[in-house]
Design a binder for this molecule. Sequence first.
Ligand code: HEC
Ligand code: HEC
Length: 463
Amino acid sequence: MFPKNKILVFSTIVAFIIITSNACKKTKFEDLELNNEMLSGGMQTVFDEGNGAYGHSFANMSAQHERVHEIGDIAFEQTFVSNPAPLNGGLGPIYNNVSCISCHIGDGRGKAPEVGQPISSILFRISQSNRVDMHNGPLGVIGYGDQIQNRSVAGSVKEADIEISYIEKTFQFDDGTPYSLRFPTYTLTNMYMPITSSYDLSPRVASPVFGLGLLEAVSEQDILANADEFDMNNDGISGKANYVWNVLENKTTLGRFGWKANQPTVMQQSAGAINSDMGLTSFVFPQENSFGQIQYDHLDDDVEVSDSLMHAIAFYIKTLAVPARRNITDPKVARGKQLFIESNCSACHLPTLKTAVNVAFPALSNQTIRPYTDLLLHDMGAELADNRPDFLANGYEWRTPPLWGIGLTYKVNGHTNFLHDGRARNLMEAVMWHGGEAEASKNKVKSLNKADREALIKFLESL
Ligand code: HEC
Ligand code: HEC
């Protein structure tokens, strides 16, 4: 989406050298710590605070890797059309959107629509209640599969529309200052055929896609080291790994991606999007998403996205760099960081992780990264629950989302809607929705005075 700016890549290296050498001169360990803290993506950090901040490739890639990244970038932005078409055909017959970028705007996040607007960058997963498929995953609903496709090509019918409405409720911080949260309701309308079984519906906005190669590079062992499923340390916070079906490995493996850690790899998540969100086939999912349904068009005898293009798309996402932090020496930000730790936010939003040694791909190897996630599932309480299990994630559990780059959401995406369904209209609302294992953290924030509440938000905005 954004011109590859070699100057930026260069400046990343220079800035890294300057800040580390400055810190060394002072020989003060804390300064080095602070400087390192800016490097959210380790060596794959990019110094851009503008609207293109999420869209930069790793620095120092070989010309060949850079080329594959670019091919993937073009495909990520490409609008697909229905067959017959000389180029970029294969869309549908039913789908959610026409390109990756139309949901992951600027490689960032989607948005819940305003009331009465059509849905665009949010999608709805659906499955039969109290039943699982042969891999212990969600069992699709007859005629609909496991996702509602609300658009279709000519000659096919969309599955349904979704209406969103909100009820506003007012609450108070402990100092009496009011705040307000909007409680969403989702209703399926214009359904093309009735659903006879009882079903669960899970709303999900498109999440940011930068830095995912680094998250994929963290070893399973390191992720499991932070799990505490039965809360043995008694801090009220458990943290549980999801294990999900891995199509290419033909076995169950650790889940890392998606709002419920419901996808094992960037490749499977991307090919799943190609298939379910856009109706295109690839070597990972060679069958149309409408298979077995009325509008199945039998056009899956040949894959619509070539193997090399599928690899390029996954490679593009794996090699998106992470924006550096800003304003870290601002005293308010420093105070906010202290409150983030004191409120135990850092128990789930883990400040640092380390990527494993990777001789084959040094760019991902052995980096200290600052994603502010543990990649684990947590019970977030009844109000955030979608009540739709997804492999080992129950209806109350969500994966801790990374907070890196979150302060640039407005600049890149033009809004500040957060959480899995975009219900929070700003960072403070996102925090005040926390419940379940995070109830105590939320209550701590509720008890803060105005200056400290602002400091906490300033810290989040510096990420
Ligand atoms: C209709 C909107 C939509 C389209 C189109 C779409 N995505 Fe997504 N994407 C989502 C949603 C929603 C999620 C979260 C999914 C979940 O929680 O199950 C997501 C998640 C992802 C993730 C994982 C992010 C994370 O942090 O876990 C990746 C990678 C991704 N999409 C890649 C792609 C690619 C590649 C394409 C194009 C082939 C694409 N997406 C097209 C909506 C979309
Ligand atoms: C028990 C684990 C846990 C704790 C403790 C916790 N969080 Fe979260 N946080 C989560 C999960 C899980 C989500 C996603 C919930 C959802 O989308 O429904 C989340 C979402 C967020 C988001 C929105 C992210 C996004 O991409 O939309 C912000 C901001 C956030 N947390 C900040 C905080 C702050 C600040 C604190 C401390 C006051 C905190 N969290 C404490 C687990 C936790």
